[in-house]
Structure formats: C-alpha cells, structure tokens
Ligand binder design. Structure first.
Ligand SMILES: [Zn+2]
Length: 295
C-alpha cells in the first residue's frame, strides 16, 4: 500500500494548498506524524494526527469514521483504529472536500469502506486533483442533499448539511447518545472562522451555521472541531460573540463613511488577534470580508 499512498499524497496537497500553508509537508513527508487517540465516550473516540480531527465509532456493527486526513497517514490511522476494534471500517463520512479531511478516501475505500458525503463534496473532491486523474475510490459513492442518519453501534449518528459555510458541502455529524458533534471546519479553535470562498464558503454562512449548531446543542454537548481542541457550548458562544463584536464595529465604521483601508487601520480586532489571527485566516481577511459583505 505504501507506494500508492505516496503517489496520491501529492494530488491531495494540490487541493489543500489553497486553504492552508502546508509548506512543511511539501515533500509529502509525514513520517514523523503520530496518531494520538482520545476517548470521547463508550465506543467513540477521536484521532489527532496531521489534518482534520477524525471521529471513530466502534462496536458490534463495525467501525465508522468521520474524515480521514492525508493519504500518507492512512496506514497509521488504520493501525490506531485497529487498536480500538477488530472490525473493518465500514463507513467514512467526509465533513467537506478539503484534502486534509478526504486525502485517505481512496485507501479506506480500497480497504472496503463506503465513503459518504454531501452531494457537493463529490464534485469538489474530484477538483482537488486538478488536471491529474482522480484516483479510483477517492470520491464518495453515497451522497445526500440535506440530512442522513446512521443507526450504528447503538448510536444515532445524524449527518446534517449546513452551507454555505466553510465550503458549500459542509456537514455536522452529531453522535446523539454520546452528545458529541463533529463540526468539520465550520467551527475550529485554531483561527478566525475560515470561509473558503473558492470552495463555495461564506463567512456569513458560518455565522448562521453557529446558530444552527447552538439549536442542536444541549448544555453538556461537546464539539469536536475540524481543527483544534474539544470544546463546549460556552466556547462556541464566545467565538460567536467575538465575531458579532467585530462585525458591529466594521458596520459602524462603514456607516461613518470610512473606506476599507481606513477600517483596516482602526485596530478593530487588536484584542483578538494574538489568539485567533492565523495564516490566511487573519484580521485583514476577516475585516475585509465583513466590510465587503461577501462572501
Ligand atoms: Zn477545511
């Protein structure tokens, strides 16, 4: 499996490159990445490696995972899952199309898993490979338009489409009994909210999606973000309050007739930047998007 995994790595990066700065992985060298397993509940875990957090449901029905990081990590991810269950991975749910969440699709499908995602994810995963041929099995073979529910391992696993948000194919995956929601990249704790406009995303859609998430959640719900640390409702509320505060100040500046340049110079996000401004998802991106009102 090693050779085929490496060949696919480069293509997966091509799609991912627009969203983050994977300079450290430009060689496709993930030899040092370790997969760390965390337990969320009986039969429910998440794996950290490089790329999006992976949720893992294990039990008598088999294994279901949410997202699968990069192709070069598939063997390590499969080994980590193998330590939790003797059963095969039957289903992979993709929260969205980005290569750090779908790069392992072809490997998991080759090992027998069925890949499932929103309709738009199928087209956009194909786009991840640019002009290169799309590897066999890389695309979700089951797609849905709004919602789908698994009844699996004694869990009710609701996959709920919310878009446009981070992209136009996002889903939340709610493990109802465990009371854990994998949010994909709609909610993350590593930067300001990240809307991939090229992938059909919208910052304003993310703000709306936070409201959807709040309606789904109870006081004890835990959020597994696409990137970052396990979070609570208060963490989401704080992030939403931050965005609303910044948005109100940008709107006020605009109403006073300030130009975008003048608004950017006002220091509106100064108190938040150290914690939240990161890479492409920085203060300039945030203020510019709010000022321009799209996407
Ligand atoms: Zn993403």
């Amino acid at each position: 499996m090693g050779d085929s995994i490496r060949i696919m790595a480069g293509a997966a990066f091509a799609g991912f490159a627009c969203l983050a700065a994977p300079a450290a992985f430009a060689q496709g060298d993930m030899a040092d990445v370790e997969i760390v397993t965390h337990q969320l509940a009986d039969g429910l875990y998440y794996l950290e490696g490089q790329g999006g957090n992976i949720a893992v449901s294990v039990g008598d029905d088999g294994v279901l995972i949410v997202d699968d990081q990069f192709a070069p990590l598939s063997e390590k991810i499969m080994a980590a899952i193998g330590a939790l269950s003797d059963h095969p991975v039957r289903f992979v749910v993709n929260t969205h199309h980005h290569g750090d969440h779908t790069g392992g699709n072809a490997n998991f499908a080759a090992a027998g898993a069925t890949i499932l995602a929103h309709d738009n994810v199928r087209q956009r995963v194909a786009g991840n490979f640019g002009d290169d041929p799309v590897p066999a099995n890389a695309l979700p073979i089951l797609t849905f338009s709004e919602d789908i529910t698994f009844h699996f391992n004694g869990e009710e696993i609701r996959v709920h489409h919310v878009a446009p948000a981070h992209t136009d194919g996002d889903s939340f995956v709610y493990f109802v009994n465990a009371d854990v929601i994998h949010t994909g990249d709609v909610f993350r704790t590593t930067s300001y909210p990240a809307a991939d406009a090229n992938g059909g995303g919208s910052l304003f859609g993310i703000i709306d999606a936070y409201g959807v998430l709040q309606d789904m959640m109870g006081v004890d719900t835990r959020l597994l973000p696409g990137h970052g640390v396990l979070s609570r409702p208060d963490d989401l509320a704080a992030q939403l309050a931050m965005i609303q505060d910044i948005r109100a100040n940008v709107d006020a500046a605009k109403a006073e007739g300030k130009s975008l340049e003048e608004t950017l110079a006002m220091g509106i996000t100064d108190e938040y930047d150290e914690r939240w401004s990161s890479g492409r998802w920085n203060a300039e991106y945030l203020i510019t998007t709010l000022y321009e009102g799209a996407p």
